[in-house]
Design a protein around this ligand. Structure first.
Ligand SMILES: Nc1ncnc2c1ncn2[C@@H]1O[C@H](COP(=O)(O)OP(=O)(O)OP(=O)(O)O)[C@@H](O)[C@H]1O
Length: 291
């Protein structure tokens, strides 16, 4: 199965910046990370893929058919976890899932089986009769993922699934997504590199509405070979490096500082060693402006 995004464009107000600009990519089963800073166009893209927002130009095609034509057949294979929380705080988790199952048109028997199974999968069986308002951030996110999975979707769209979570919950959600991703097209938007670094088969880099690059994490970081350096400097040189280079890390020793920089032009007046690039280095290289 293939989800093709063909030349998608979107401008919210006449004359304002393009939220999406001629964006094209083809998605097949596996995890994709949609990576970009605030305002890059991630939510806009997800809203267009889930048919909650109309594009000004281009089309979304699933299995060879425009999703506008597929209509409810498309919605039947779609699972969507939006960003906002707090909408159903007075519902118990059980009631929330039954409510969502009804909206998705599941039959009673089907809903019962699926809810029992999903509560187990997201490890919330014991919390089924508690109100969502009393849940921790991670529990809420897992509840939202569970509702997205009720119809056993072929396409799963997750808008910042780890927003506001502590590192332990982040790891848990990440592993969980990796487990359920089999046979599905999973698109995860995030501005946190580590959320997708190890689970995404491909990373899609989005900047100001435009596709910058999309490839496996390994291939993307290869592009940065010989552009990441570590330099041992004295404290008084730090400002010079911060003003003139993208500094991806700082490590203070007793008498010196090791700065990690991402640049096309390594410093000529300092000794440096070449370092192995990471996705965080790449993120900085692409999204850090003005240096
Ligand atoms: N409803 C709207 N009306 C007008 N402009 C909008 C609207 N929604 C988004 N935009 C603009 O479109 C651009 C893309 O925004 P979008 O929310 O898609 O980015 P994002 O990558 O999801 O950002 P974030 O990580 O902050 O959620 C931004 O310039 C934003 O200001």
């Amino acid at each position: 199965m293939e989800l093709a995004l063909n030349r998608i464009s979107k401008t919210y107000k006449k004359g304002s910046v393009k939220a999406l600009d001629n964006f094209s990519v083809i998605l097949t089963p596996g995890v994709y990370g949609l990576l970009g800073p605030n305002g890059a166009g991630k939510s806009t893209l997800m809203n267009i893929i889930t048919d909650n927002l109309n594009a000004d130009g281009g089309e979304v095609v699933y299995g060879g058919e425009n999703i506008k034509k597929l209509g409810k057949d498309y919605r039947a294979v779609l699972g969507y976890m939006p960003q906002q929380q707090g909408l159903y705080d007075d519902f118990t988790l059980n009631r929330f899932l039954w409510y969502m199952a009804a909206l998705k048109g599941l039959k009673k028997k089907e809903a019962k089986e699926k809810i029992t199974q999903l509560l187990e999968t997201v490890n919330l069986t014991d919390a089924a009769h508690k109100k969502l308002g009393s849940f921790s951030g991670g529990m809420k996110q897992r509840a939202l993922i569970a509702q997205a999975l009720l119809n056993n979707p072929e396409i799963l769209i997750l808008d910042e699934p780890t927003a506001g979570l502590d590192p332990k919950e982040r790891i848990r959600i990440r592993n969980f997504i990796s487990e359920i991703a089999e046979d599905k097209i999973v698109l995860i938007s995030t501005h946190v590199v580590s959320d997708i670094e190890f689970i995404a088969k491909e990373i899609i880099l989005l900047k100001k509405g435009q596709l910058i690059s999309h490839d496996s994490p390994n291939k993307l970081t290869k592009e940065l070979e010989n552009k990441v350096f570590e330099v041992e400097i004295q404290r008084e040189d730090l400002k010079y490096f911060q003003d003139n280079y993208r500094v991806s890390n700082l490590c203070h020793n007793d008498n010196s500082i090791i700065v990690r920089i991402v640049t096309d032009n390594p410093p000529t007046d300092f000794q440096y060693t070449t370092a192995k690039p990471t996705l965080e280095d790449l993120y900085l290289y692409i999204f850090e402006q003005g240096i």
